[in-house]
Design a protein around this ligand. Structure first.
Ligand code: ADP
Length: 664
């Protein structure tokens, strides 16, 4: 018995001694090191058999293996960044431009030396401070009094001013007031003799950032300046410091994020937020029970062993929340530069500085995102691709990549341009290129298999016929041109997280009792559009040559088929109204005319969002004419010629104009 006890003891001692050394080596901030020391101390007092012992051991072990002080060095070569972005991505010129701008600002901020103005009427004091601060890699300018300082403030962009209070012309207090009024971003540190501490306090009340009593230690000055600069950097970078990539799936958000990390020479990781419901996913569990873990952010930093990775937070718009706290508010803290310097994960229970992490958030749509979160981000939009862009990306990137991945040779295998077009048009229907990549992968896999089976090694050119051979019968019909024009059925355009899409609105009537039936799982706003459309038509029946009492002995049914599409928002108003008009006037509606627009009760058309995505969706479905609100003219004019080619866009102000264009 005593033998076991002894060996257990010595094992415990080795473990603890080991950890103690690791704690000393981990380069933690002093406060954290102290806590780790206290935890260790506690462990010496409990039995290794106790649950707390192993929890404590795991905890300290986690602390010491966190990269408290490890960073990869940034590569700030913008030319190289541009080259990397271009090498892996076709098109996306606006996206690339915005990203390079963002990096350029970062580079400038990092490269520029902070500029400091020292104001003192004693030359020796000025020279002293100038000497000390220059050694800290700051740029220093000096001024002999307040008036001199003001002249210099006009000439340069200073970050910090250090000023004496008692000076001959224009003293420190007046200078402080002038700076507060004209240069509110500059941080002022007041230096003052013992006698005037009370005036120093007054100075702080007037907006000085800090004060230092004379005679001072040099360290005090260094610290005050550093703090002032940190504060200033925070103010500067608060807005727009987090990039948000918004756009439909498969438009290159992840891939561009990876390229940004590669360009900077940083490590990259992705955290999927979709469906995350628990605050603990972000912030971790408290260490009170066995199996508690840190949140995903700290876990990733631990895994990557660096404090400055690029972390992509994927699908912010799909973030859930339930009774166990709100992950959105935890995220807010993670993304807020004022708070994330001291992020406290529940498991760690000590602050960890996340300010060096570059966060990139992605979202399909922005409107479901928490407003405070959205305000914090600089949004870069990733638009859906045109057919031509898809074909280019497929030929230049996706096909070669898939051929290589399947162990085939790009010299042997090629896709005919018509084959690529066929895959795009008949086997995919999407804004991005995710399923396109999957289809190409399928073809390459099957080619690899067949050429193994038949031990072929000749050149292979994939033709449209082979596409059908490998992928089976085409998956998508061009519903729009292949369907007949019918009474009461119209074509509409919608915009969802997946990009643009087409819907059909069906209207029917039957004997009944003034009931409006709405089916097709429509959202609240869309249901209201149905009611508005009906009311408008009832109130202006005469002008359309419809019996004013048409609703008296009838029921009206509006149905929007298509289970997979999310159906909400006001933009289907016009499509619903024209379907009703078609039904009531018995004029067939053109299937190949697609509409989008919100309606008012008086039949006017209001502008809508997602114009580019809707036009792309219309082209995918082979629509001939698009009817859009005249108030969207600017958005339409912004579209490139490539997008508006082969399609007619008609701008309308009223439901009546739309009906004329659609009804036969
Ligand atoms: P998202 O993150 O927007 O869903 P991804 O970045 O995962 O999209 O892109 C899907 C695939 O398409 C990836 O293989 C990516 O490399 C490729 N891709 C997307 N856009 C482009 C582009 N402009 N040029 C080349 N490849 C692209």
């Amino acid at each position: 018995m005593s033998f076991f006890k002894k060996s257990e003891d010595s094992e415990q001692q080795t473990n603890l001694a080991d950890l103690k050394r690791k704690v000393a080596d981990a380069q933690m901030p002093a406060a954290v090191e102290k806590i780790a020391g206290q935890e260790l101390e506690m462990l010496t007092k409990i039995s290794p058999a106790a649950a707390e012992y192993s929890i404590g051991l795991t905890y300290i072990d986690y602390l010491v293996t966190l990269p408290w002080n490890k960073k990869t060095e940034d590569n700030l070569d913008l030319m190289r960044a541009e080259r990397l972005l271009n090498e892996n991505h076709y098109g996306l010129s606006k996206v690339k431009e915005r990203i390079l701008e963002h990096l350029a600002v970062k580079v400038m901020r990092l490269n520029r030396k902070p500029l400091i103005l020292v104001v003192d009427d004693e030359e020796i004091a000025r020279k002293n401070l100038e000497h000390v601060l220059s050694k800290e890699q700051y740029e220093v300018v000096t001024a002999a009094d307040g008036a001199d300082a003001l002249r210099k403030l006009d000439a340069h962009e200073f970050d910090v001013v250090i000023t004496d209070l008692k000076m001959a012309s224009l003293d420190g207090m007046e200078l402080l007031e002038k700076i507060g009024g004209r240069f509110p971003d500059i941080k002022v540190i007041v230096v003052t003799g013992f006698a005037s501490i009370s005036s120093a306090i007054e100075a702080v009340k007037k907006g000085a950032f800090d004060y230092i009593a004379k005679p001072f230690k040099l360290d005090e000055v260094r610290t005050a300046v550093r703090k002032a600069l940190e504060k200033k950097a925070v103010i500067k970078s608060t807005k727009g410091s987090v990039l948000c990539f918004s756009g439909p799936p498969g438009t290159g958000k992840t891939s561009v994020g990876r390229a940004v990390a590669q360009a900077l020479g940083r490590k990259f990781t992705r955290i999927a937020l979709g469906g995350m419901k628990d605050e603990a996913d972000i912030r971790g569990h408290r260490r009170t029970y066995v199996g508690a873990k840190p949140g995903r952010i700290i876990e990733e930093i631990h895994r990557l062993e660096t404090t400055n990775p690029v972390i992509m937070l994927d699908e912010l718009d799909k973030l859930g929340h339930d009774v166990k706290g709100d992950p959105a508010s935890a995220l807010l803290e993670v993304l807020d530069p004022e708070q994330n310097q001291a992020f406290v994960d529940h498991y760690l229970d000590v602050p960890f500085d996340l300010s060096s992490v570059m966060f990139i958030v992605t979202a399909n749509l922005l409107d479901t995102i928490h407003a405070p979160l959205r305000d914090r981000m600089e949004v870069i939009e990733f638009p859906g691709y045109t057919q031509e862009e898809k074909a280019q990306i497929a030929t230049r990137f996706l096909v070669p990549k898939q051929i290589r991945e399947k162990g085939l040779s790009t010299n042997r295998i090629g896709f005919a341009p018509e084959a690529v077009q066929k895959v795009i048009q008949e086997y995919t229907r999407e804004a991005g290129i995710r399923s396109l990549e999957r289809k190409i992968a399928t073809i390459c896999r099957k080619i690899a298999k067949e050429s193994l089976q038949n031990s072929e090694d000749g050149a292979i050119r994939v033709t449209p016929e082979q596409v059908e051979h490998f992928l089976g019968k085409r998956k998508y019909q061009f519903e729009v041109i292949e369907e007949q024009d019918r009474i009461g059925v119209t074509t509409g355009l919608v915009w969802t997280g997946a990009g643009g899409d087409i819907i059909f609105v069906e209207a029917a009537r039957m004997k009944g009792d003034k009931e409006l039936i709405i089916t097709g799982s429509l959202g609240e706003v869309m249901r209201e559009s149905v009611q508005a459309a009906l009311s408008y038509i009832r109130s202006s029946a005469a002008s359309f040559g419809i019996d004013e009492n048409f609703f008296e002995r009838q029921d009206i049914h509006i149905h929007v088929p298509g289970g997979a599409i999310q159906k909400d928002g006001p933009s289907a108003g016009i499509t619903i109204a024209v379907a009703l008009l078609s039904l009531l006037t018995k004029r067939p509606a053109r299937r190949d005319v697609a509409m989008t627009g919100e309606i008012t009760l008086t039949g006017r058309i209001l502008p809508v969002g997602g114009i580019r995505e809707k036009v792309l969706a219309a082209k995918r479905a082979k629509v001939a004419v698009i009817i859009m609100p005249a108030k969207n003219r600017v958005d339409v004019e912004e579209l490139s010629q490539e997008i508006t080619r082969d399609i007619t866009i008609k701008l309308v102000d009223t439901v009546a104009e739309a009906a004329e264009a659609v009804l036969r």
